[in-house]
Design a binder for this molecule. Sequence first.
Ligand code: URP
Ligand code: ZN
Ligand code: ZN
Length: 460
Amino acid sequence: MRTLIKNGTVVTASDTYRADILIEDEKIVSIELESMAAYDQVYDAFGKLIFPGAIDVHTHLDMPFGGTVTADDFTTGTTAAAAGGTTCIIDYALQTPGKSLEEALQAWHARADGKCAIDYGFHVAVTDLNDTILEEIPDLVEKGYPSFKVFMAYKGVFQVDDATLLRVLQQAGVSGGLVLVHAENGDVIDVLTREMLAEGKTEPIYHALSRPPQAEEEAVNRFITIAELSGAPAYIVHLSDAGALGRVAEARLRGHKIFAETCPQYLLLSIDRYYEPDFGGAKYVMSPPLREEGNEEFLWDGLASGNLQVVASDHCSFNMKEQKELGLHDFTKIPNGAPGVETRVQLLYAGGVNSGRITQNQFVDLVSTAPARLFGLYPQKGTIAVGSDADLVIFNPDAPFTVSQGTQFQNVDYNPYEGFQGHGVPEKVFSRGELVINNGKYVGKIGHGKFQKRSPFGQF
Ligand code: URP
Ligand code: ZN
Ligand code: ZN
């Protein structure tokens, strides 16, 4: 099957130009100013931008957490991702203490295989380290899982100690792995949380107040210090705080391979959301929490200057009804996380490109190319080039959109950006040459999404 996309403006991380793109089966086979090639079907993209499919390297689908399971599974979550212009996700397989990393991957493959609308991969979260677990790391890199996550927060659940951080970094570093971290000081948060509960402070705002910016900055700094000591590259997930970003910028200036992602929620929402009436603040209970207004300006600057390399969603959806409600009388029982896999690309385009904070090319880099390079998918994904997967988005930069729970694909009973208006709509989305989204309708096949074996860190 040969598909021609004609007359569009191709936007990659480095270039913008008019071209016709010819797809044969799953791959891009030619990019020419005016293609004369024969084709079976044609799409006219005049007046539209063509982006490489976006890659969301931080999702949690079908994940047990906080006494419940996320509202989106791999079918609803990947369909929602596609609707938003994302053609590949990397989710987290979490080690159960006492079990192997392989067992975690088997469990997550059972959740995802045959159920995805778009391509997917897994990071592996290490929660319980010993010598045998350490030995699994090089094997897993070989098998296409070159990224490992550690948590410095969620005391008593996922949190690991500094010795574990160092050992995972050392082993990953010599094996071609990249270590990802949730950087908040879990011990400090634990003390503050107990104090607040003892004072009868149970509302959602205390989630944010018990996790102050200093808890993030300290953990980011400690992690960077340990990473530098180990010599291994490292990546900070969902960075939310200006002070923490300063620590990343300093380490990068020293020449260390430190990378960081932020998320739309930290760019567009602020701490006052926790005061929404009738337990509405629970919608935004996530970790790290939303920060004071003004903090987001530092993050936008970080995206523009290159100190932040990736925008991911940290999609982790729980319904208000029966899930967030578990914490009606105790903020610590509100499952942490919020939906965002569907809105990430449009929110960044509207909030970043349309407001002049980042260029279209930077936008493509942040949502697609840099994630592909850092996580071993480039150049198969993350760019528009001959030989790359035909993961493509025909994007109408002038079309208006309004975010609404009522029209979303995400399987959750609210949207944290309800009513947000902007311009820029992914009208057609192709996953390996298959049209999966056509003007707001899902037209793909569940099970089309394939597991992506990724390359070791740095091989691009
Ligand atoms: O609150 C959040 N971010 N939930 C998802 C798990 C995590 O920490 O990334
Ligand atoms: Zn986290
Ligand atoms: Zn997360």
